[in-house]
Design a protein around this ligand. Structure first.
Ligand SMILES: Nc1ncnc2c1ncn2[C@@H]1O[C@H](COP(=O)(O)OP(=O)(O)O)[C@@H](O)[C@H]1O
Ligand SMILES: [Mg+2]
Length: 283
C-alpha cells in the first residue's frame, strides 16, 4: 500500500475543519436559532475540533518518536493497577472483563506510555465493535515478559491485513469498517512505544466478522525477572543459563534506552485537549 503524505493528510483535515467552522459560524449568525439548535451546531464544531487536534497530536507524537527524541523513562511499573484503572472507563455497551493473575510482577515501563497504548487498543476494541459486546483485557507472564491482551468480538481483521494495521495511515477497507472514522495512526504509535520498551505488539483475528485480539509484551522489571529465575532454577524444564542470558539481553537493552533520556523533550508542544477528549474523539 502506498503511504499518504502526512502533511497532505494534515492539510486536508485542517481545510475541512476550517470549512466546518466557517460554515457553522455563518449558519449561527444567519438567524436567531432556538437554544437547542445553537447547542447542536456548537457541539458539532467542538467534536470536529477535538478530533482534528487528536489527529495533530498523533502526528506530532509519531514525528517525535521517528526522530528518536523520545525514549521512555523506564521504571518498575505495576500494570495490574493500570489495567484496573483502564477497565473503569468502560462504557455500558462495551463491558470490560479483566483477567489479571493475583501476583502480577512489575514490568519495566513508563506508565504514561503504556497507558497510551492501552487507550489506543481499548478505543479500537470499542470502535470496531459497533454493535457492542464485551472486551477481554488480560495480562500474563510469558518468557520474562508481561503480555497484555485486548480482545473484542467486533468486525475483525482479514488475515492479509494483520501485519499492515501497524503501518502509518493503514486502514482496513471493508464494508464493516467503512463507516468507522479514524486516522490509521493509533497502532503505528502503539508499536513505536512498545518497541521502544523492548517489547513486541501483534494482531490476531480469525477474519472479518470474528473479532480481533491485539497483544503486546513488555520486559519484566529486573527484580521480578531475578525472582522468576530463582523460582525456576533447577527446574528440569529450563536451564539457569538460558534465563541469565535472557536477563542480560534485557538489561543491556534497557541500559541503551535510559542513556539518552536527557533528550526527552517537554510535552509542551501538545495542543490543549483533555486526554479523555482524545479518546472520545477516536471512539
Ligand atoms: N480491534 C479492531 N478490530 C478491527 N479492526 C481493527 C481493530 N483495531 C484496528 N483495526 C484496523 O486497523 C486499522 C489501524 O488501526 P489504528 O492505527 O488504530 O487506526 P484508526 O485510527 O483507523 O483506528 C484500523 O483502521 C482498522 O481497520
Ligand atoms: Mg485507532
Amino acid at each position: 500500500m502506498e503511504h499518504p503524505d502526512p502533511l497532505g493528510v494534515l492539510g486536508h483535515e485542517v481545510r475541512n475543519l476550517i470549512a466546518t467552522f466557517v460554515g457553522f459560524t455563518e449558519l449561527l449568525l444567519s438567524q436567531d436559532w432556538p437554544p437547542e439548535k445553537q447547542r447542536e451546531y456548537l457541539e458539532t464544531m467542538r467534536n470536529e475540533g477535538v478530533r482534528v487536534s487528536g489527529f495533530l497530536n498523533e502526528l506530532l507524537d509519531l514525528q517525535r518518536m521517528e526522530a528518536g527524541v523520545t525514549t521512555p523513562h523506564l521504571r518498575p511499573t505495576d500494570l495490574a493497577g493500570l489495567l484496573r484503572f483502564a477497565a473503569e472507563v468502560a462504557a455500558p455497551k462495551h463491558p470490560i472483563e479483566l483477567e489479571v493473575p493475583p501476583e502480577l510482577p512489575p514490568a519495566l515501563a513508563e506508565p504514561d506510555r503504556v497507558q497510551q497504548v492501552l487507550a489506543n487498543l481499548l478505543s479500537n476494541a470499542r470502535k470496531y465493535s459497533p454493535r457492542g459486546g464485551p472486551i477481554l483485557l488480560s495480562a500474563s507472564v510469558n518468557n520474562h515478559h508481561l503480555e497484555i491482551s485486548v480482545e473484542d468480538s467486533g468486525v475483525g481483521i482479514p488475515k492479509e491485513a494483520l501485519e499492515h494495521v501497524f503501518e502509518k495511515f493503514f486502514r482496513v477497507e471493508s464494508l464493516a469498517h467503512r463507516d468507522i472514522r479514524g486516522t490509521g495512526l493509533g497502532l503505528t504509535i502503539s508499536r513505536q512505544i512498545v518497541e521502544a520498551h523492548g517489547g513486541r505488539i501483534w494482531a490476531e483475528s480469525v477474519g472479518l466478522g470474528h473479532g480481533a485480539r491485539v497483544v503486546f509484551s513488555l520486559p519484566l522489571a529486573p527484580a521480578s525477572a531475578r525472582q522468576l529465575e530463582a523460582a525456576t532454577a533447577g527446574s528440569p524444564l529450563s536451564s539457569g543459563g538460558e534465563h541469565i542470558a535472557a536477563h542480560q539481553r534485557n538489561a543491556g537493552h534497557t541500559g541503551g534506552l535510559s542513556r539518552s533520556t536527557a533528550a526527552q523533550p517537554s510535552r509542551g508542544t501538545r495542543i490543549g485537549v483533555l486526554a479523555s477528549n482524545r479518546q472520545a474523539a477516536d471512539g
